[in-house]
Design a protein around this ligand. Structure first.
Ligand SMILES: [Zn+2]
Length: 332
């Protein structure tokens, strides 16, 4: 059926069978936010060879999810975003919550610092004092950090045009680098390629300067749109940074979007990008294209130009980097 996740009317189950890679994949960045979506998410994982996911789920549903997913899910500590207007949600309650996540075996703590967070509260800056309290607790609990700093260039050209309010993309990266030094004894995973899929040269500099930094490849629409402008550069970048680039999708599941095509579309697009030399439209509607060129309408999809990376070279991105980095932290 045609939807915003499937403008091409693809049969995502059949499509998966024709992709070249055959080994298990680990997805280090998802948001499984509802129990009702679990079976549909599991089906998308099965169809696309995803053995295991790390999920930013509310603490309250982790036990139920664990019962359904078993060892196919691990959690990433997050504040209780469902209570975002309550006092303490991002301070006192969050600090307690980190310890509770640690008690259930959580090894990664997420610090979301997108510039749009500043519309809501100054504490969403990555270097805000309340963050440091949370970071100190997470470090004491033996967790590594995952962070989201920055956003697409398309946003800095539109929503974030007012640099006096939101800062520039370079400002946010500089703050991240400062924190990477300050917490140099902690391993960090910068989500969404540290917000730099557009500028792999800048990203390379950051990785070269900070040996405690790893990146994930999540945020499918954004990544596909930008990588497709330089697929060869992406392949070279991954080869050069073997072990530091971890596969992630950023699939978000909740009670309102229980939809196999929605979840599967992310895996289809990412795997098609990495594994094939596909040259055609992405099946997923990308609202960022409308931001830049509203006159072209609301159903625009990015061009997808595959990087065609051979299976043997994909092992690290798809699984081995996560095995090497994360497995030693758990008692599996
Ligand atoms: Zn995410």
């Amino acid at each position: 059926m045609i939807s915003d996740a499937n403008r091409l009317g693809l049969d995502y189950e059949a499509e998966a069978r024709s992709l070249p890679y055959g080994e298990p994949i680990w997805d280090v960045h998802t948001h499984v936010q509802s129990v009702a979506s679990a079976e549909t998410m599991l089906k998308a994982m099965d169809v696309y060879g995803v053995e295991k996911v790390w999920s930013m789920s509310n603490l309250e549903i982790t036990a139920e999810l664990k019962e359904i997913f078993g060892d196919r899910i691990e959690f990433i500590a997050v504040p209780n975003f469902s209570q975002k207007d309550e006092e303490g949600t991002f301070t006192t309650d969050w600090w307690k919550r980190i310890e509770k996540f640690a008690e259930i075996g959580t090894k990664i703590c997420k610090f979301w610092a997108a510039p749009r967070g500043l519309d809501f509260d100054p504490m969403f800056a990555i270097d805000h004092p309340t963050r440091r309290t949370a970071m100190d607790i997470a470090r004491d609990c033996g967790m590594m950090f995952m962070t989201h700093v920055g956003d697409p260039d398309t946003w800095f050209a539109t929503h974030y045009k007012d640099a006096s309010k939101y800062g520039t993309k370079a400002d946010h990266l500089a703050s991240l680098e400062k924190m990477l030094d300050e917490y140099s004894d902690v391993t960090w995973i910068a989500a969404h390629m540290a917000a730099h899929p557009e500028h792999l040269d800048i990203l390379q500099g950051v990785l070269d300067r900070h040996s405690n930094l790893y990146i994930d490849t999540s945020a499918t629409k954004w990544m596909i749109r930008e990588w497709s402008k330089h697929p060869k550069e992406l392949a070279d970048f991954c080869a050069r940074n073997e072990g530091r680039v971890l596969f992630g999708s950023d699939i978000v599941t909740n009670d309102d979007n229980v939809d196999f095509d929605l979840y599967a579309s992310r895996y289809w697009a990412l795997r098609t990008m990495w594994e094939t030399e596909y040259d055609g439209p992405s099946p997923i509607v990308d609202p960022d294209l409308t931001l830049i060129e509203p006159e072209k309408g609301k159903k625009q999809t990015a061009k997808l130009l595959g990087a065609g990376i051979p299976n043997g070279e994909l092992d690290f991105v798809y699984r081995n980097a996560a095995v090497d980095l994360l497995s030693p932290m758990y008692e599996w």
